[in-house]
Write a protein that binds this ligand. Structure first.
Ligand SMILES: Cc1ncc(COP(=O)(O)O)c(C=O)c1O
Length: 401
């Protein structure tokens, strides 16, 4: 029998989707399930996006498009970046893809030969590990536990970059922790990055518009503009505009990287479809009230979730300031038993299973993100479900002994 490529043995289905599937199955069986699992924004883009799509449909050329991305889309992205202080990029510095995930995958293919090292902090977004494994890179994980607010320190970064990895991958605001680096923190990390010219830096900052408490979004390029020669900025429409299924992602950085992504596109997808392009241009260039309102709503929901976490003895939960995730350290529960059900909690997987089975609340085990002491709550569920979901979560912990 012919064999599959070794590469496919290294590719794993998403652990997050596995939880979501189980929750879906229980729901189909009639269970009352509240999902805090999948990281979807749960809102729709503004009407102007749909109007632009209708107009584009009426004029659809039906043709292949640009491998890099339509000029109108690149220009809208460049203007959009300008609003967060990332200026001086031209079309040659940019490329598009079918979501940020696809762009990151292309960049991994472009930068990492087999055995090259990629370094990134833990907790990490699950796909980083999977993508790095598919391209057979060596992975150097930098543990950033709750005790350091899940944030990378300059000393950790210095020690990691001194080993001259090919790529340093950074994510701010973070999925799964919701942590956001302050200007001072970014300045300090950027100073370290500047010391090591042999490493490419990917900043996956797709939640850059979802920052709370007036903290603002900061990138290494803001701190040290000369780093734009090595820093690759990643953005996406998925979360900010409530458009995860439309699949539009972007990169901006050195020309050579944008060209590499364009070449990969020419061999994979050819182009972001014309109708999707019209929607994306409208989202980026049109009124920004939907993302602005949703960000304010998420901040209020963050407060609600944090109040619940802070009320549970032993649960340690650094306060997120962005995205729509909370990542409590729940290791206090390990070794206990859920009294009404008799289910034993040995680890994060047991806890998430027991929580789903007994309370109908779906969360993602932290081990999916390389941090088995925690679990991820994504709080984008409809607002009326949030309080009952949190109450069930609190009840569950009160029933452990
Ligand atoms: C940190 C991070 N990067 C990238 C992505 C992928 O986004 P997209 O939908 O644009 O592929 C996600 C989606 O969950 C994410 O959380």
């Amino acid at each position: 029998m012919p064999q599959l490529a070794r590469r496919i043995g290294r590719a794993k289905p998403s652990a997050i989707m596995q939880v979501a599937e189980k929750a879906k199955r229980l729901k189909a069986e009639g269970r009352d399930i509240i999902s805090f699992s999948i990281g979807v924004p749960n809102f729709l883009p503004g009407d102007h996006v749909y109007a632009a799509v209708r107009e584009a449909l009426a004029k659809d050329s039906g043709q292949y498009g640009s491998n890099r991305g339509a000029d109108a889309l690149l220009d809208a992205f460049i203007e959009h970046m300008g609003k967060i202080g990332l200026t001086g990029y031209g079309r040659v510095n940019c490329a598009t893809g079918i979501g940020a995930k696809h762009v990151i995958y292309n960049i991994a293919e472009a930068l990492l030969d087999e055995g090259d090292t990629i370094v990134f902090p833990t907790p990490y977004w699950t796909s980083y590990l999977d993508i790095a494994e598919i391209v057979n890179a060596k992975i150097d994980l930098l543990p950033c536990p709750a005790s350091q607010d899940y944030k990378l320190t300059p000393a950790q970064l210095d020690a990691a970059l001194a080993k001259k990895p090919k790529v340093f991958l950074f994510n701010n605001p973070s999925n799964p922790t919701g942590m956001v680096y302050s200007k001072d923190e970014i300045d300090a990390l950027a100073a370290v990055v500047a010391k090591y010219p042999d490493t490419w830096v990917i900043t996956d900052d797709i939640y850059n518009r979802m920052v709370f408490d007036g903290l603002g979004y900061h990138n290494f390029v803001h701190s040290r503009p000369e780093l734009r020669d090595r820093v690759i900025f990643i953005d996406s429409l998925s979360k900010t505009y409530g458009m995860p299924g439309w699949r539009v992602g972007f990169m901006a950085g050195p020309e050579v990287i944008a060209q590499a992504v364009t070449t990969m596109n020419s061999n994979h997808i050819t182009n972001v479809p014309e109708i999707v392009t019209a929607a994306a241009v409208a989202a980026l260039s049109g009124p920004q009230d939907v993302p602005t309102q949703r960000c304010a709503e998420f901040q209020a929901k963050r407060d609600q979730v944090m109040a619940a976490m802070d009320s549970i003895p032993g649960v340690i939960c650094p306060r997120p300031q962005g995205a729509f995730y909370v990542f409590p350290d729940i290791s206090v529960a390990f070794g206990k038993t859920h009294q009404p059900s008799g289910l034993k909690i040995g680890n994060d997987m047991d806890l998430c299973n027991a929580l789903l089975e007994t309370k109908g609340v779906a969360c993602v085990p932290g081990s999916a993100f390389g941090e088995p002491s925690a679990l991820r709550i994504s709080y984008t569920c409809p607002t009326p479900q949030l309080a009952p979901g949190l109450q069930r979560f609190q009840e569950f912990f009160a029933e452990l002994a």
